[in-house]
Design a protein around this ligand. Sequence first.
Ligand code: 5AD
Ligand code: SF4
Length: 452
Amino acid sequence: MDKKKLYIKTWGCQMNVYDSQKMADVLFPLGYTPVDAPDDADLMILNSCHIREKSTEKVFSDLGRLRDIKEERAEQGRKPLIAVAGCVAQAEGDVILKRAKYVDMIFGPQTYHLLPEMVLQANGGERVINTDFPAESKFDHLPEATTGSPSAFLSVQEGCDKFCTFCVVPYTRGAEFSRPPEQVIEEAKRLAGQGAKEITLLGQNVNAYHGAYHGENHDLADLIAAVAEIDGIARIRYMTSHPRDMNGHLIEAHRDIEKLMPFLHLPVQSGSDRILERMNRKHTAAEYLDIITKIRAARPDIALSSDFIIGFPGETDEDHQATMDLAEKVGYASCYSFKYSPRPGTPGAVMDGVVPEAVKDKRLQELQALLFAQQTRINESMAGKVLPVLFDRKGQKPGQLLGKTPYMQSVYVDAPERLFGEIVDVAIARAFQNGLAGKIVTVEEILPKKSA
Ligand code: 5AD
Ligand code: SF4
């Protein structure tokens, strides 16, 4: 078969990373193999994210570069295709189609299984736009995973019905949908068969998971327990959760299921009840802290992570102080914090009490100083410990592997390549804000020779 080159640039969340992988899987039978640069690609896809900031502008600036490549290649008699996928395509497909005449395909996150058909149409000279929410699930049609990575993502749930007033996801990804448990288990088994040792169950609202099997509903904790039964899977994670769906069953899973890693990403967004209400989060700061207390009782060493939005309309100095106080109380291992950016079409975009950029900047700096100090302190507390590390990436230097601790910290280790994909005991020697460095623990170190 004719070999063709596929370039995908991905922005945004883990769901998008997963989606890009799926696009590559769907296009593999058509002869497309992934490449790292667009320069001689036959199909160039921008898998965009719409959640924050000037996402449409970012897409247009990248499109300009791809257009130049397309024009150069046209002079050589080739006709590479340019596609925009993801949430910007979903939300602003029409605008892109009008403004960028050289774009061949625009398609939203629910249509990736139709990609081969769309590519054929586009190669035949048609401009394709597909931003439907089809009645049939794409999950019934996507091919088997081909990743082979020791740490794999598995999408179990998509979309969201929560309508936080700052967020575009309910509009771009559509209503909440859970994949049937048997489909998830089959995919997890296949991933294990391809060498995955760690599986991260993904969903915009992953702990809202409710899959029906034989007439009974199964929640995320049930799903985790089922995946934990699969031979070869040593580690399970899930992302991203909402505090409202953090039920007792899931909290108990952190106590009872050994393979469930001691890490929880539980976004709080703000520590002020007034702002949480304006955000339509439907929980208070005290309720969030109560969950943290319960999860720590279930799994005392759990590493916690959150997302924060700074400068939501109406946020006062007191509200910001409440966010600082909450962060101080929790003690996070890692966090994402963003300045609020109004997203067109969301209720937040027309709320009064807009916070000036300079105030947002100052508050963000203050919060990040606290969060970075917490992260550094937690990383430093690992120095001198021996931790099991899953080597899932190659380091930048030759002879170096990168791995993850159970707590999600990255660890740099000098290690032979044959250890890639293995879980190995590492003695943590140094800690940085963003990660750790260590040394493989040898058998001699674990079992010192007995003196004669
Ligand atoms: N502005 C800033 N941050 C946002 N997020 C979502 N929407 C916005 C917005 N309009 C952040 C939230 C969410 C994360 C994925 O992105 O913190 O949890
Ligand atoms: Fe967006 Fe809120 Fe849904 Fe998360 S829960 S995807 S922040 S609307």
